[in-house]
Design a protein around this ligand. Structure first.
Ligand code: 2M8
Length: 455
């Protein structure tokens, strides 16, 4: 055990965040991730919101310094202290776009839009409501511009479902769900620049994306650069355009929070709710697979669903997208040998990919391991549908995995062994969120849930 008591672990989680604090924001983990990442910052702010409103606000406000003129919130803001990171500021050449900020270096793609959710959590958790309202007034226009960008530039069909154009935008970089789309671009090695990976020199040992996938990530970035980051041109040429479930589900939940924020500051909430309604309608109508009992992402280039049992398929619970009947079927599948160890006797929560699939790999990044942030998202979704026992099993893992192994980036899906980045911010922050929400107090009478899904 790394932490003997909950109090020690709470202290430990705060120390992790303190250690990763740069003075205005928090890095995901030193070493592997020494810059500011957009959805990491949003999730980290949710942890700070419970005990340090100043840091929570600063985390988000400092992130929005990188917002582009067209509203795009880039997936990373680069610190000048770590110039050796690849692909770093000099690689992205974002100033090819007139929209990129001049005084701060960023990437040219995005990440799941958790930021209105985080802003609203800061308001809800605040003991100083006047201050929190001032914060909301300050950040509201930036949040609106961010959502406007997504609905304007990433939803050419105007059906409320936005596309992502790079696996990095999904937050689940090397999930097997992207494999067939990543295999699509045929290019020679000399079509992309010579580069050295800084994330790993042995991807197998470190459980990172393989070299071919990394080359394809860079190939896609080259395409963005050639288009000078013009979205219309990118859309015409990009072989990776996917309506992703996690991204759109978070967008719905964020849209609802944006509506709440508008209400709290006397602005008009209607557009936010209408957009969220449209996204929900389209996802339910177009992305549900009745045969699989789960939602599936849509590949806009080939015009078909990406047929996988992948953890993103459950994220619509978080956006309140499924009907109660759909939610029931998802829940049965969630609590089956595919995603969760039988009977939850020693549950390590939801794996990132189905355990019965040939591409499942409990050691490799988004191809199997358990992630705290995804489990937190699904647990919140389950709560909304009244699946309290299922939620509690997940919360138990969010408590037990770090107490046993420390606040790590991810955990082995079957043994709970820690993997990847050490002292990882969102694992610490979301542990703190569950603690302060009192969720760890509700775990005493936890019984195995009978599986109703035979698979
Ligand atoms: C991972 O992504 C970065 C690239 O953005 C990487 O692999 O180097 C993902 O897990 C992503 O979801 C996360 O935001 C980032 C930082 O924690 O790391």
């Amino acid at each position: 055990m790394v932490y003997e008591t909950i109090e020690d672990a709470v202290e430990g989680a705060k120390n992790v965040l303190e250690g990763n604090w740069t003075g205005h924001s928090t890095v995901p983990a030193w070493g592997l991730y020494p810059h500011q990442w957009a959805w990491d910052s949003g999730l980290t702010a949710i942890g700070y919101a419970h005990y340090d409103q100043g840091k929570a606000e600063s985390e988000l406000l400092s992130l929005f310094r990188g917002q582009w003129k067209n509203g795009m919130l880039p997936h990373m803001l680069f610190s000048k202290e770590c110039p050796d990171y690849f692909p770093g500021a000099s690689y992205w050449e974002v100033r090819r776009s007139p929209n990129a900020p001049r005084d701060i270096d960023t990437t040219g793609c995005v990440q799941p839009p958790v930021h209105a959710i985080a802003s609203y959590e800061i308001f809800k958790d605040s003991k100083d409501t006047d201050r929190a309202r001032r914060f909301l007034r300050k950040i509201y226009p930036s949040l609106c511009a961010w959502h406007d960008y997504l609905y304007r530039e990433r939803d050419p069909d105007r059906d409320g479902m936005i596309y992502i154009r790079h696996p990095w935008e999904s937050g689940r970089d090397n999930s097997p769900v992207w494999d067939e789309v990543l295999a699509r671009p045929q290019f020679d090695r000399d079509e992309i620049p010579i580069y050295t990976r800084t994330d790993s020199d042995d991807w197998k040992r470190d459980g990172r994306p393989n070299d071919r996938h990394y080359d394809t990530y860079i190939y896609l970035c080259e395409l963005f650069k050639k288009a000078d980051y013009d979205e219309e041109e990118i859309r015409e040429n990009c072989p990776f355009l996917v309506q992703d479930l996690l991204f759109n589900s978070i967008l719905v939940r964020s849209g609802r929070c944006l509506a709440e924020i508008a209400r709290a500051i006397g602005a008009d909430p209607r557009q936010h709710d209408e957009r969220a309604d449209l996204t929900v309608f389209s996802m339910r109508d177009r992305l549900w697979s009745d045969s699989k009992g789960i939602f599936l992402p849509y590949d806009r280039v080939d015009g078909k669903m990406l047929d996988h049992h992948e953890v993103g398929g459950f994220s619509p619970l978080y956006g309140d997208v499924p009907t109660p009947e759909q939610a029931k079927r998802m829940c049965d599948l969630l609590h089956s040998k595919y995603f969760c160890p039988v009977d939850c006797d020693d549950c390590f929560a939801i794996t990132s990919y189905s355990r019965s699939d040939v591409d499942y790999d409990p050691l490799n990044y988004w191809r199997g391991p358990v992630w705290i942030n995804i489990n937190w998202i699904i647990a919140r979704g389950l709560r909304g549908y009244g699946y309290h026992d299922h939620e509690r099993w997940i919360v138990k893992s969010i408590r037990d995995l770090p107490m046993k192994n420390g606040f790590r980036e991810r955990y082995h899906a079957e043994t709970g062994e820690p993997q990847g980045g050490v002292n990882f911010s969102w694992s610490a922050a979301l542990f703190l969120d569950c603690y302060y929400e009192g969720l760890f107090n509700e775990l005493e009478d936890l019984h195995p849930i009978k599986q109703s899904f035979s698979g």
